[in-house]
Ligand binder design. Structure first.
Ligand code: DAH
Length: 339
């Protein structure tokens, strides 16, 4: 029996040495220590031994058993270590390899300048108002003192949804909407999309953007309009910028004017940007017509106001020397990535 036990110990040892995986080790364990294993079979035969031999071989068998168990435990540890090392190697990440650059988008040039304009007017104490792009004829024309058949409608032909509903041609209707809702003092700008049925070319688009301004309070004069827009022009185009008011006509302001800024390229001497004029027209404005105030529910005997409207695309084109408005809408990254 001793030889048998020694043989079991030896061959278990050999097998464990050759084992390459945890599965191999488990097979060895079952083969020797399992219920039907070789060592178990020997132990079962202990009963047939004499009373003196039994404790001797019993002890020996137990030693063999715990020896095999120890070896199994050691082998499992070493195989786990080998497997872990192999895994670490195969999953290794080279943190010195350069990363893939993420392209982060940025603001569209129209948004860049619009945000600047908003900042300037917020700084002057204005709030931002909005109105719908699908507008009633009433707000877009009638309430702004442009009745049906008024010639001003010809220059603002638009897309009609029904006879009385259209895509707004200007941001001026927001003036009326604000006056209806809010009592003076009013100090708002209203940026937004406007539409006209114009064919597309370098300076026309059926969709473009305007920024409306409206101030209503007691004792507002043309001087306030001039001071406000002078501050605006200096903030947007630099301290040396001057403005000039030229008489004009708009149905919803009286008196009305167009406002030019001194050319920010040549400083007023005359260049290609200002077509030799020294001045660039950027705004329309004037004193809110008493009829318009009344329509908005405000008493023109008690209050007066000024209003202005500016085309955002024009501001941006001058700002960045862009000569074709179509570039704003084509989403060509070669153009957009320059800002
Ligand atoms: N809405 C005018 C346009 O689209 C621009 C404008 C002119 C707005 C004078 C005003 C204003 O508020 O007072 O041509």
């Amino acid at each position: 029996m001793r030889e048998q036990l020694e043989l079991i110990q030896k061959s278990a040892e050999d097998e464990l040495k050759r084992a390459e995986s945890q599965t191999d080790i488990e097979a060895t364990r079952i083969k020797y220590l399992g219920k039907k294993g070789e060592l178990t079979a020997v132990l079962k035969r202990m009963g047939s031994l004499s009373a003196e031999d039994r404790p001797i071989f019993g002890q020996l068998a137990n030693e063999v058993r715990s020896d095999i168990e120890n070896q199994i435990a050691k082998k499992v540890e070493s195989i786990k270590a080998v497997e872990m090392a192999a895994r670490l190697q195969s999953e290794a990440i080279d943190i010195t390899v350069p990363g893939i650059k993420q392209r982060i988008g940025h603001k569209h040039p129209l948004s860049i300048v619009l945000d600047e304009v908003k900042d300037i007017f917020l700084g002057l104490g204005f709030c931002i108002a909005t109105g719908p792009e699908i507008e009633w004829d009433y707000y877009n024309f009638e309430a702004l003192n442009i009745p049906k058949n008024h010639p001003a409608r010809d220059t603002q032909d638009t897309f009609y949804i029904t006879e009385n509903m259209l895509l707004r041609t200007q941001t001026s209707p927001v003036q009326i909407r604000v006056m209806e809702k809010q009592a003076p003092p009013i100090r708002i700008i209203a940026p937004g999309r406007v539409y006209r049925s114009d064919a597309v070319d370098a300076t026309h688009s059926p969709l473009f953007h305007q920024i409306e301004g409206l101030v209503v309070d007691k004792g507002i004069t043309m001087g306030h309009l001039k001071g406000c827009l002078d501050a605006f022009a200096k903030c947007l185009y630099g301290e040396d910028t001057k403005i000039r008011l030229r008489p004009h006509h708009f149905p919803f302001t009286e008196p009305s004017c167009e406002i030019d800024v001194s050319c920010f390229r040549c400083g007023g001497k005359g260049c290609a940007m200002c077509k030799g004029e020294g001045w660039i027209e950027i705004l329309g404005g004037g004193m809110v017509h008493p009829k318009v105030l009344k329509t908005g529910g405000i008493d023109p005997d008690e209050y007066s106001g000024f209003a202005f409207g500016v085309g955002l695309e024009r501001l941006v084109m001058f700002r960045f020397s862009i000569d074709d408005l179509r570039l704003f809408y084509e989403n060509d990254l070669r153009f957009l990535s320059q800002f």
